[in-house]
Design a protein around this ligand. Structure first.
Ligand code: ASP
Ligand code: MG
Length: 407
């Protein structure tokens, strides 16, 4: 007998029929003698609908009140799922984030979990009940409702699994696991049986949407055994996120390819090449709460240098405005941006022990005439910025070059 936390995403609970299906799956695990805690998202499309609704009333919604509105989606699902379980003769009890006491900080719309009270849930489990918890939401020390950021139910699931010291956290979604890359771009993409925690972290931060990045960080920090599975298939092992590399397995050098269409490049040209320049450029950008990703500064020539970095596409206009405000002070010749770019990354712990991975990547792109605008590397990943019109092509040829389409 095990304690299992199961998280079901929006599409898995998107209709009454699907909610009943989730109840059937939960019932199956109960019948095997397991204790089950279920975390659910809002029904698919619901959070978007609630955000749009809020914006119709207030163009820039008040963050506290926005959380009051958008947290209701999950509250509907927990009630419906509890009903479906009871209808199937299974004792169940629903909890909002505040009722469990998922305590968070007070950063509305992107709050972080600080602690979870596991005592009431344990009492329910001991009494044979299925516990159903609303994902995505918590409560701050003052009793305000908070939400955890888009996709935050994954984090709720993992955090609950950590708090309850669950044997496994199962994330049920509309795909049957983590793939070598997005199958919509490369139909030959293969499902991975396992992926290491570090690789998953890179994949999530580089654009793979399977898991919210914070949920992966949480799983790493608290050693939560995490598995991604499909809620639409009866069987299947999904993808297990592992903590160690399996020493018996010949790991491929590259495990997956991630991409992100959501970045834009900013160029600051002709800045004086002297100490403090990076700070003078990036300081105001950070103060404006804009996330900077890749950064490149060239070798100076004739006392000046060029500086480029990437920001989320949505923030490009604002970034340029911020920089124009300090342009004279910095002494930059020109500031411009390009939002027609994308980032393509190869990820794999096998890179640590192999040479020539970067050159294979660059040769493959060169053979297709794809120009690389920026490069950044870590121990287990290489990312390049290329023209967005080459995204599909780049992902496809790299997928092939690293042998990922072979089973
Ligand atoms: N319902 C929230 C969203 O759509 C949280 C989640 O589904 O994970 O972002
Ligand atoms: Mg999700």
């Amino acid at each position: 007998m095990a304690l299992i936390v199961q998280k079901y995403g929006g599409t898995s609970v998107g209709t009454p029929e699907r909610i009943k299906n989730v109840a059937r799956r939960v019932a199956k695990f109960k019948a095997q003698g397991h204790d089950v805690v279920v975390v659910v998202s809002a029904m698919s499309g619901e959070t978007n609908r609630l955000i749009a609704l809020a914006k119709e009333v207030q163009a820039n919604p008040d963050p506290r009140e926005l959380d009051v509105v958008i947290s209701t989606g999950e509250q509907v699902t927990i009630g419906l799922l509890a009903m479906a379980l009871k209808d199937a003769g299974i004792e169940a009890k629903s909890y909002t984030g505040a009722q469990v006491k998922v305590l968070t900080d007070s950063f509305f719309t992107k709050a972080r979990i600080q602690s979870i009270d596991d005592v009431p849930m344990r009492a329910d489990l001991a009494a044979g009940r299925v516990v159903i918890v609303a994902g995505f939401q918590g409560v701050d020390a003052e009793g305000n409702i908070t939400t955890l950021g888009r996709g935050g139910s994954d984090t709720s699931g993992v955090a609950l699994a950590a708090a309850l010291k669950a044997d496994e956290c199962q994330i049920y979604t509309d795909v049957d696991g983590v793939y070598t890359t997005d199958p919509r771009v490369v139909p030959e993409a293969k499902k991975l049986k396992t992926i290491t925690f570090e690789e998953m972290l890179e994949m999530a931060s580089l654009g793979s949407k399977v898991l919210q990045i914070r949920s992966v960080e949480f799983a790493g920090k608290y050693n939560v055994k995490l598995r991604v599975l499909s809620s639409f298939q009866e069987e299947g092992e999904g993808t297990l996120i592992t903590f160690e590399e399996d020493p018996n397995m010949e790991k491929p050098v590259v495990s997956g390819i991630a991409f992100n269409r959501d970045e834009a490049r900013v160029n600051v040209t002709g800045v004086p090449d002297k100490p403090g320049i990076a700070y003078q450029i990036l300081g105001p950008v950070a103060d404006a709460n804009i996330d900077v990703d890749m950064i490149i500064q060239n070798v100076g020539q004739d006392g000046t240098t060029d500086f480029s970095f990437t920001v989320p596409k949505n923030d490009l206009a604002r970034t340029i405005k911020v920089l124009e405000g300090v342009q004279a002070h910095i002494g930059a010749k020109r500031i411009d941006g390009d939002d027609k770019i994308c980032k393509v990354s190869i990820v794999g712990v096998g890179m640590r022990s192999h040479v020539g991975v970067a050159s294979t990547m660059f040769r493959t792109l060169a053979e297709e005439g794809i120009n690389i605008q920026m490069i950044s590397t870590s121990e287990i990943k290489i990312s390049v910025i290329v023209d967005e019109k080459y995204l599909e092509l780049a992902v496809r040829v790299l997928h092939k070059a690293f042998g990922l389409d072979q089973a």
